[in-house]
Design a protein around this ligand. Structure first.
Ligand SMILES: Nc1nc2c(c(=O)[nH]1)N[C@H]1C(S)=C(S)[C@@H](COP(=O)(O)O)O[C@H]1N2
Ligand SMILES: [Mo]
Length: 438
């Protein structure tokens, strides 16, 4: 591809506003990710992507080409590589899709979502780290050290997905406040620890138990010790699943500091917010847990779908449980060039909360037709599944690859956006990447 396109891309990365103004010949009112294009501006769009768009007639109006929508700006946090920082107080950073290509997500590529200030854990005595048990429905209010957890209970290792409930928030219109995650608040490392159910059996839970929740050692971002940054939980049945772990290791090593060292919960398939980091206390409740970020619009969505922008009464909001079916294209990286006539191998992962992914499709014509992809079974329940496909382009120009997974209940990813909700959770729209065929 010529220098012209490269120049546009460089300028777009360095100064997106100036690039937009230049591309669209505007003095102000820059094109944004939520900018509005009509089919009438497709000529301008072709200029912007640096090529003709063979399937332009199929391109939904209002769509911003993925070539422009996905700018990558690397940022370094200790132990992490290539993550895009969204916020540094508290730290929130996501992983570009092409860095999630590994089957098992390496520590350096696992996103970070902090609600408060993490505890200082440098040089601590890990064996002596204490986890206490409480709540109305616990039989014994006891404390166990990490050493005791390791010695008393059988160890299990599972590959488990972790996805923030707000992953994909940046696409919602009208916009939702909070970290503007694009697609990278997801990962699927291998976790080692003990089963929450084995430990709860040892501690004892009463018949009236309803919910199991956590408290961590992090502090509220305001510094106010009377405030808790986050304390969430799950119904007892979810807590007692075989794969719900109290984990001390990730990929066979200590959990990274930002991901909850030295101890965390991993409860997969539900919003990542139920997986308490820097775990200090587990409470067994005789009611739905009412900790920080369990109420209001936090991790809750309208029980019935509403028009975008609606104010929803509190009693019509429901707690998010299983995450919806979703997938990523992790190879190739968005924006690559491919010679005309050659086949292009594609691959990625798909997952579906408590369900399995049963089918995977890709499209090169903005969703008009779909090609069935190969799909592997999960390494274990709640691990993402790998998919692969091959496509060929017969004409020069700008293309997008769209990927769409279908789960065991027959639910597929929406092509554009799922139902709007006040805080922008659960965006499982198809992932799309840009390809320039030259
Ligand atoms: N103690 C504690 N646990 C927490 C959080 C937190 O801020 N503090 N963030 C939650 C949220 S919202 C998510 S999405 C996951 C993120 O896990 P990660 O940072 O290891 O990717 O941790 C959850 N557990
Ligand atoms: Mo989250």
């Amino acid at each position: 591809m010529g220098d012209k396109k490269r120049g546009i891309h460089e300028l777009y990365r360095a100064d997106p506003v100036a690039a937009d103004n230049q591309l669209w010949g505007r003095k102000s009112d820059p094109l944004t990710r939520r900018g509005f294009l009509t089919k009438g501006s497709l000529v301008a769009m072709s200029t912007a992507v640096g090529a003709s768009i063979p399937f332009a007639h199929l391109m939904p109006s209002g769509l911003i080409p993925a070539a422009l929508a996905q700018a990558d700006a690397p940022f370094e946090i200790p132990g992490k590589e290539g993550l895009v920082i969204l916020n540094d107080r508290p730290v929130n950073a996501e992983t570009p899709a092409h860095l999630l290509d590994d089957r098992v997500t390496p520590a350096k590529h696992l996103f970070v979502r902090n609600n408060g200030t993490p505890p200082a854990t440098d040089g601590i005595d890990v064996d002596a780290w204490e986890l206490s048990f409480g709540g109305e429905s616990v039989e014994q209010q006891i404390t166990l050290t990490i050493r005791e957890l390791k010695d008393k209970f059988k160890h299990y290792t599972y590959q488990l997905q972790l996805e923030c409930g707000g992953n994909g928030r940046s696409e919602f219109v009208p916009p939702a406040s909070g970290n503007q995650w694009s697609t990278g608040a997801i990962g699927c490392p291998e976790w080692t620890g003990v089963r929450l159910k084995d430990v709860l059996k040892h501690v004892g839970i009463k018949d009236d138990a309803v919910y199991v929740a956590y408290y961590g050692a992090d502090v509220h971002a305001s510094g106010d010790p009377s405030k808790v940054p986050i304390s969430r939980g799950v119904p007892v049945e979810k807590a007692l699943e075989d794969e719900s772990l109290i984990a001390w290791a990730m990929n066979g090593e200590d959990i990274p500091a930002m991901n909850g060292y030295p101890l965390r919960l991993v409860i997969a398939g539900w919003p990542g917010s139920v997986a308490g980091k820097w775990l200090k206390k587990i409470v067994v409740r005789n009611q739905v847990h009412d900790g920080a970020k369990m109420t209001g619009t936090s991790y809750r969505v309208p029980c019935k779908s509403v028009a975008p922008g609606t104010t929803v009464p509190d009693d019509e909001m429901c707690i998010i449980e299983s995450m919806p079916v979703k997938s990523l294209i992790t190879f190739p990286k968005s924006g690559i060039e491919k010679a005309v006539g050659q086949t292009l191998a594609l691959r990625g992962h798909a997952w579906a909360g408590d369900r399995d992914v049963t089918e995977m499709h890709v499209s090169i014509d903005f969703g008009a037709t779909w090609i069935k992809a190969g799909l592997e079974p999960a390494a274990n329940r709640f691990a993402w599944q790998h998919w692969s496909a091959e496509v060929a382009f017969t004409e020069i120009g700008y293309y997008e690859i769209w990927a769409r997974a279908t789960d065991s209940a027959g639910h597929s990813q929406p092509m554009v956006l799922p139902g709007w909700n006040p805080k922008g959770y659960l965006n499982n729209a198809c992932h799309r990447i840009a390809i320039q065929v030259v």
